[in-house]
Design a binder for this molecule. Structure first.
Ligand code: BEZ
Ligand code: FE
Length: 256
């Protein structure tokens, strides 16, 4: 493998992976290399632009830690999260649509009885939420575990507020409830407000350079787990909302 040039590089890289033992990994990597090289050829990527991209990805890595996942944010604003969610969650007609998960879910949020106020001190206009969870054939589903999470009136999730001595970290505006014997649920919380996704890092700089805003329309997040059913990760939005048609992460569905 010598004297590789602009015309032979793609095939050379693909050939170098012929020993890969995982057929799936090979399929993914061959396709990735083909698309990556086609992209560089199509835009005639300069060395300077290539290095800027390296610096950008390095910055995305540096700002990422246990609580801040800038790579997921990047995937979200590029529409990759919505594409992957959509192509892996095709549901039969009549089923509630899935949408993006987002970075603010917390495992093992506190369990609340029906009717409880999950705000737990989060600021905002009081809000009452109720509904019924049904199987596809319309049968109400009892004892469905429902994770709910949302931002407060300032547009912050509890995990975005650093714990202080006066206010150690507590779960606010999030919790788990279970449907009753008739599949019904109800709880109190605060009215969700539009909020900007974290935009003080490289993804925010990218949005600005692209003339895009970082806002999401107000929403409540839900994750439903019911025995014998697929997990559902979704939102409920409010109408009207000025960002329903320009959600920074492309998560809005009219049915939601
Ligand atoms: C969210 O709705 O929590 C969210 C989704 C994607 C990126 C940032 C936040
Ligand atoms: Fe959210």
């Amino acid at each position: 493998m010598r004297n590789i040039n602009e015309d032979t590089i793609t095939q050379a890289v693909i050939a170098s992976m012929s020993g890969c033992e995982s057929p799936r990994l090979r399929t993914i990597m061959v396709s990735l290399v083909q698309h990556l090289h086609s992209f560089a050829r199509e835009v005639k990527l300069t060395e300077d632009e290539w290095f800027k991209a390296i610096q950008f990805l390095t910055a995305v890595g540096h700002i990422t830690d246990d609580v801040r996942q800038e790579f997921i944010l990047l995937s979200d604003v590029l529409g990759l999260s919505t594409l992957v969610t959509a192509q892996n969650n095709a549901k039969p007609a009549g089923c509630t649509e899935a949408t993006v998960f987002g970075p603010f879910f917390v495992e093992n949020a506190p369990d609340y009885p029906l009717g409880a106020n999950i705000a737990n001190g989060a600021g905002g206009e009081p809000c009452f939420v109720s509904g019924t969870v049904r199987s596809l054939d319309g049968t109400p589903l009892a004892d469905v575990q429902m994770d709910v999470w949302q931002s407060d009136e300032d547009g912050f999730y509890d995990v975005q507020r650093p714990p202080t001595e006066a206010q150690p970290h507590v779960h606010r505006a999030r919790g788990r409830i279970r449907t009753d014997a008739q599949g019904r649920y109800h709880f109190r919380s605060i009215l969700a407000q539009p909020y900007p996704i974290p935009h003080d890092g490289p993804v925010g700089q990218m949005l600005e350079a692209l003339g895009r805003h970082p806002w999401r329309p107000a929403h409540l997040h839900f994750m439903l787990n019911a025995p014998g059913h697929e997990r559902l990760i979704t939102h409920v939005f409010r109408d009207p909302d000025q960002y329903l048609d320009s959600d920074a992460v492309f998560g809005v569905r009219s049915t939601l």
